[in-house]
Design a protein around this ligand. Structure first.
Ligand code: GLN
Ligand code: ZN
Length: 774
């Protein structure tokens, strides 16, 4: 009989209990025992809901106090020196210190200077989850240093559960880390892959301890098998797993987020007892995987999407599973595509969704039910529960296929009528820029900001009161107008050249627009962990998207009435809207991006008609949309670029289009950045000392650039000289007449005092640069 299992369950809790407990603990309002009790209760509850749903083998090790990669670092003793405590094992404080940094004052137990910066954080593959990057030194030693996994196995067994501990595999763990030099230098003088032989004995020890606890199966996650791997890493897989083979326990190697492709033979041939593959992201792996799988191996098929919110088409999934079962019989397991960490917890918690929409959705709990029912369907197709689930699934698919809420003839007609010309500005940049310069009359090195100004408590309160009905629409408008007046006033006094209205009315750069577009829905409890205690609640794209009415025009037009200077309109671009939402699974992402592009294009055109001469279309998520496999990059870049151009090309040549991207790696995508053909791009460069402009220089990026001259992530106020120095560096790479002066990103997380102080210096820097030109 096919076994139903999951690769991991969200730990945050359906009411974000873990978030709340962690934050209370960090504030000193909940002691460690209290925090541990919350964790224990969540684990017990999550095992039970999975079991009740019909999951037979329950994951342990998916719970983490902050991040599962960090838990592994503690387990292996990969604890950078700056977090070492005087004698003894790491504690929960060590763990939180590594995650959040340690400030001098409250850390007398820490060696060196008493303060330690947090470990670096970065995105977990192509998800919005962030993990803490392991730091390896050349003389790195590994030693079992953290008991959490064994304790949790014990805990689960005491509750009568059959469990499958989950480990990040040794190759993936090393891959995710970084080589660090000694204390002073951070230079890389060794290859972390060379640490494999030292690391493996700890895995051996863990497997032996788990075996002694009576565990039968362990899941070893090696998602890097779905990446383009260098040859030495491929070789290391064989070497490493040959060594691990000697250790006890049946091992299931789990891969997800992409297809195995060239690593299929390698993955299928590893000397382990089972392989999990993601058939949602990479359905083309089936049925070829059946031909490559050794006859002794279990094959776990991920057929329920662990990363989205839609109900599974059970018939489609069952069809694949039945084919597999015919070939491999009981060696077939059924699972979600990846850990359910990336999906919200429980749809049952939603109380405000309309019944129809709710019937289309599945969160983690419901996904477990789907996995279980599929497994049952294989052995007992006539089972009443199976029959009911299949009938319901058919009804859901039919209603989604036909619903007039989803399918909008007008949107589709517009999409069908798009021509090449629609994503083409009227003239080439060289001609546009002359018209724009005449139209805008800006000095050399024009100064601007990226859009948002400090989101003060008063602003948040006003927005909240309005939402709760405590402020009338008129009162709210006046509150926002007063914020806009303040922002404009400050910018006038500072002497900035291109002003912004400050984005006071926006809670979030995606949600603000999603709320005003048709085709988007919002959940109340659809939270997904982003990092640590941070959760995000992405909006859900459920239907064809359109803009019923202007979204920003009234605010921007008002702001423009307050000044003779140029007021820049501020929008979020189609790619970013898509990347930070739950997308539909019934049409392609490309199609959704185009729908978004048309909707936002309408706003661009309306802003122009309202007299706005510069419009910025933020694409913060453009680069993170890159697929994991290089072979798929171009396809993505083509439609992403095209969507941006479609958004931006409805205006006259005189109207200047800006875009903004807040990150720093452009080498890979510079060609597409240029193809977006924004008149001006503002980017994050201050922390890289302008080095990332090399990509723009090498490519001879043709349009204007505003390389950020100061880091907005910190309250530090850089002085004028520092910014002048950075701009001079920029001018070595990009002709001065094409440079703008601006911060790295929006200022909403900053306070007003440091914002004004920094901008005074920034404007002074621009003036100095101008005087040097003359
Ligand atoms: N316009 C947005 C702001 O200033 C841009 C934010 C972003 O790129 N993340 O807040
Ligand atoms: Zn930014």
């Amino acid at each position: 009989m096919a076994l139903a299992h999951t690769l991991g369950f969200p730990r945050i809790g359906r009411d974000r209990e873990l978030k709340k407990a962690l934050e209370a603990h960090w504030k000193g309002e909940l002691d460690e025992a209290g925090l541990r009790a919350v964790g224990r209760e969540l684990r017990a509850r999550h095992w039970q809901v999975q079991k009740d749903a019909g999951i037979e083998l329950l994951p342990v090790g998916d719970f983490a106090w902050y991040d599962q990669v960090l838990t592994h670092s503690l387990t292996f003793g990969v604890i950078p020196e700056r977090f070492h405590t005087h004698g003894g094992k790491p504690t929960l404080d060590t763990l939180f210190g590594m995650a959040r940094g340690v400030s001098g004052s409250k850390s007398s137990q820490h060696s060196c200077c008493g303060s330690a910066h947090a470990q670096e954080m970065t995105k977990w593959f192509d998800t919005n989850y962030h993990y803490l990057v392991p730091e390896f030194s050349a003389d790195q030693q590994f030693a079992l240093s953290w008991e959490q996994l064994f304790e949790e196995v014990e805990e689960a067994r005491a509750l009568g559960h059959t469990v499958k501990p989950v480990l990040i595999g040794p190759l993936t763990y090393l891959w995710l880390g970084k080589e660090k030099g000694g204390v002073a230098s951070e230079t890389k003088n060794f290859n972390r892959l060379d640490l494999l032989e030292r690391l493996l004995p700890v895995y051996g020890e863990i497997l032996q301890r788990l075996a002694a606890q009576g565990v039968e199966w362990v899941q070893i996650d090696e998602p890097i098998l779905a990446l383009d791997l260098p040859q030495d890493w491929k070789n290391a897989f064989e070497r490493g797993y040959n060594l691990l083979q000697r250790e006890p326990l049946k091992k299931l190697v789990a891969t997800y987020f992409s297809g195995l492709e060239d690593n299929l033979g390698l993955a299928a041939g590893l000397p382990v007892d089972g392989l999990h593959i993601d058939l949602v992201r990479a359905p083309e792996q089936f049925p070829s995987i059946l031909d490559r799988l050794p006859a002794y191996k279990v094959l776990s098929l991920g057929v329920v999407n662990g990363r989205n919110v839609w109900r599974t088409d059970l018939h489609k999934a069952l069809d694949i599973l039945q084919q597999a079962q015919e070939r491999i019989g009981d060696r077939l397991w059924v699972a979600p595509s990846c850990s359910l960490l990336h999906s919200p917890v429980d749809l049952g918690r939603e109380d405000k969704l309309d019944a129809e929409l709710q019937s289309w959705l599945a969160f983690a709990v419901q996904k477990c039910e789907e996995v279980a029912v599929l497994a049952t369907a294989l052995s007992d197709p006539q089972n009443a529960k199976v029959q009911a689930a299949l009938a319901q699934s058919r009804a859901v698919q039919a209603s989604r296929a036909q619903s007039p809420r989803i399918h909008k003839p007008q949107v589709q007609a517009r999409l069908a009528a798009i021509t090449q010309a629609d994503s083409q500005r009227q003239s080439a940049f060289v001609k546009r820029i002359d018209l724009q310069r005449a139209h805008l009359d800006l000095p050399a090195f024009p100064t601007t900001t990226i859009g948002s100004f400090p989101q003060t408590a008063a602003i948040r309160l006003a927005r909240q009161s309005f939402k709760q009905g405590k402020l009338s629409a008129a009162e709210y408008t006046e509150a926002m107008h007063s914020e806009i007046r303040h922002a404009v006033d400050v910018q006038e006094k500072l002497g900035l050249d291109v002003l912004v209205h400050g984005e006071a009315e926006r809670n979030d750069m995606v949600e603000y627009f999603a709320e005003q577009l048709d085709g988007y829905a919002f959940t109340r409890f659809g939270w997904v962990q982003s990092y640590g205690s941070r959760c995000v609640k992405p909006a859900v794209i459920y239907g064809d998207l359109s803009r019923p009415q202007p979204m920003t025009v009234a605010w921007i037009r008002y702001a423009q009435t307050l000044t003779r200077k140029v007021m820049k309109g501020m929008l979020t671009g189609p790619v970013t809207m898509l990347m930070w939402s739950f997308p539909r699974d019934d049409i392609s992402r490309e199609q959704q991006a185009r729908q978004l592009a048309l909707a936002i294009r309408d706003e661009v055109v309306d802003l122009e008609a309202a007299g706005i001469r510069i419009i910025q279309i933020d694409e913060a998520a453009f680069r993170e949309g890159l697929p994991l496999r290089k072979a798929q990059w171009q396809g993505y870049l083509d439609w992403a670029t095209e969507s941006f151009r479609l958004t931006a090309s409805g205006v006259r040549d005189e109207t200047q289009i800006h875009t903004h991207m807040c990150y720093s790696e452009f080498n890979d995508v510079i060609e597409s950045i240029a193809a977006m053909d924004a008149d001006v791009i503002t980017i994050e460069t201050s922390r890289s000392d302008m080095e990332l402009l090399d990509a723009f220089e090498a490519f001879e990026y043709p349009n204007e650039i505003g390389p950020g001259v100061y880091d907005i992530h910190s309250p530090r106020v850089p002085d004028t000289g520092e910014m002048v120095r950075l701009m001079r560096k920029a001018a070595q790479r990009v002709p001065a007449e094409r440079l703008w002066v601006n911060p790295d990103c929006g200022l909403k997380t900053r306070g007003w005092p440091e914002t004004e102080a920094a901008l005074v210096n920034m404007v002074a820097a621009a003036r100095q640069l101008r005087s040097e030109l003359a």
